[in-house]
Design a protein around this ligand. Structure first.
Ligand code: UN1
Length: 527
């Protein structure tokens, strides 16, 4: 999806023909739209500008392969300029009271709310998301902006008693400095909102690098902040390759904090580099989330939940339901209700409201998903639905895969163990509740999980035993809310939880203050 072009022709990544200074626009000019093609620019130190050498990345509509936008293929020099702008803006932003900072986030929320429909449409075109899901994601991101706007009033430290008389101990919370925010394409609005808003309210300055598949919507978020009155340099936006821009954001000594969401493979490298460089880091990575359905569950409600959890956004969700664990006694009955619903899903461009299944993001993701399907067949998993690329009625121009279900998947099979990031559901049958717990935990991931049952004892025992950062009872594995922490354990995450007050905590340092108010010679001391 993200081939690099210069002057309309394909060019090699990172190479440029000249060193002409990029044409900058004034801070109040918007990224331009020319005809049907949107031109996305970087936003550095309050100026919209192309990449050095004006090299661009093509952005496709994954439902038909049309180029819908061009975005900067930024260079090392662009990345350094963005970091330097953030570094210079930090002292004044740090000195701004938290509620004043938060009020700008509140204005950005109001601007985004007024543009909700346009933003959802951009998401449907650029990312392929079904329009109703896109609207839901804008709402979710906006909730996060609104939540963090309130947190400006709760920028609390704590007081503590002292071992000594006439001594007062307390903590104050302070911003850390320049923060790098690196986000994926599958939640191109909500994830940037949930990282950028707490970073700004906490008083940090930001360099934001979105995925190269979805830079258009990301630029629209930056415009909301710009129009809300964010001072120049406080939020900088730069599009480019992870190997160039991402690498510089992580290694540059001026960047003190890295917040990343993406694959486990890349996240582990980010974590390792930040460890070596002693930077604060949070990585939200992959999942292989189980949904257990016990014999006493409300099967109709479970059918709807698994359908949404497994096939929403074509399974391209780190919280997607990718393993369905059925108690043997109701397995056939559940599948009889479930499979006709799977077959009813209608693949097509997200922008058409009659469609219910979105495309995969690009050709390479399509290839990966088809390879997983081929492997599942080769390992003897029983195909119950789908299993191929969706090709009818012009769908072959896009990257659609039929919603796919495999039965009798064993814990040793690839489909049970590896994250596919596509519409492929692995069904495993178990004989008991205890076996359901054991099978649920038999993967390297631990992001989300879910159980359908009417038995409160079993529900709470599952909550206790499941190795995951999040667990849903009688609802699908997906979703989160602004006011509660989001994140996983095992190979699904490292560093602090995101969202909620934990989001602010991650982007701040605590300073411990000791005040002796004896007023004379200290009588005793601590050791
Ligand atoms: C959700 O399930 O609503 O990349 C959010 C992802 C997660 C976000 C999921 N970071 O899928």
């Amino acid at each position: 999806m993200a081939t690099i072009t210069r002057g309309g022709k394909k060019a090699k990544r990172g190479k440029g023909s000249g060193r002409a200074a990029p044409a900058k626009t004034s801070s109040r000019e918007k990224p331009v739209t020319s005809g049907l093609m949107t031109i996305v620019q970087n936003y550095i130190d309050g100026c919209w500008q192309p990449a050095e050498h004006s090299v661009t990345i093509d952005v496709e509509d994954p439902s038909n392969g049309n180029i819908v936008a061009k975005a900067p293929a930024s260079t090392l020099r662009d990345a350094k300029a963005a970091i330097e702008a953030a570094r210079r803006a930090f002292p004044a932003w740090k000195a701004t009271p938290p509620m004043v900072r938060a009020r700008i986030v509140l204005r950005a929320f109001q601007i985004a709310e007024a543009r909700k429909e346009d933003l959802a449409r951009i998401m449907a075109i650029e990312g392929g998301k079904i329009l109703s899901d896109a609207r839901g994601e804008i709402t979710k991101g906006d909730n996060l902006l609104e939540f963090y706007a309130g947190e400006g009033f709760r920028y609390y430290g704590e007081t503590a008693p002292s071992e000594l008389a006439n001594n007062f101990l307390f903590t104050i919370r302070q911003p850390i400095g320049v923060v790098a925010i690196i986000t994926p394409w599958n939640f191109p609005w909500a994830i940037p909102c949930w990282k950028i808003a707490p970073a700004l309210v906490a008083g940090n300055t930001v360099v934001f690098k979105p995925a190269s598949f979805t830079p258009w919507l990301a630029a629209e978020l930056v415009k909301c902040f710009e129009e809300a009155g964010l001072p120049k340099g406080v939020l900088n936006f730069i599009v480019g390759a992870g190997s160039i821009v991402g690498n510089e954001l992580i290694t540059n000594s001026a960047v003190r904090v890295v917040s990343f969401t993406g694959s486990t493979g890349v996240g582990r490298k980010v974590e390792e580099m930040c460890g070596i460089l002693n930077k604060k880091v949070t990585c939200e990575m992959g999942g292989k989330n189980p949904c257990v359905i016990l014999a006493d569950a409300d099967l109709d409600s479970a059918v709807g939940g698994v359908l949404r959890g497994a096939f929403g956004n074509a399974g391209q969700r780190c919280t997607a339901t990718s393993r369905l664990i059925l108690e043997e006694s109701i397995a056939d009955r559940f599948l009889e209700k479930f499979l006709p619903e799977v077959k009813k899903l209608k693949a097509g461009p997200g922008i058409d409201p009659s469609n219910t299944m979105s495309p995969l993001i690009d050709k390479s993701q399509l290839q990966t998903v088809l390879e997983y399907i081929a492997k599942a067949k080769a390992e003897g998993n029983k195909l119950l639905a789908g299993g191929s690329r969706a090709m009818r009625d012009g769908l072959e121009k896009g990257y659609f895969v039929e919603p796919t279900v495999f039965d009798h998947v064993k814990p040793t099979d690839t489909l049970f163990r590896e994250e596919v990031f596509g519409p492929v559901l692995a069904v495993t049958r178990v004989r008991s509740f205890e076996e359901a717990i054991e099978v649920s935990n038999r993967v390297i991931f631990g992001l989300s999980s879910s159980i359908y049952t009417r038995d409160i004892n079993k529900a709470l025992r599952y909550v206790d035993a499941i190795e995951a950062g999040m667990v849903h009872v009688n609802s699908p594995t997906i979703g989160g809310e602004a006011q509660v922490p989001f994140g996983g354990i095992k190979e699904s995450g490292c560093g602090n939880r995101e969202m909620a007050k934990e989001g602010i905590e991650f982007f701040t340092e605590l300073k411990t203050v000791f005040i002796d108010y004896t007023g004379g010679v200290r009588a005793s001391n601590i050791y």
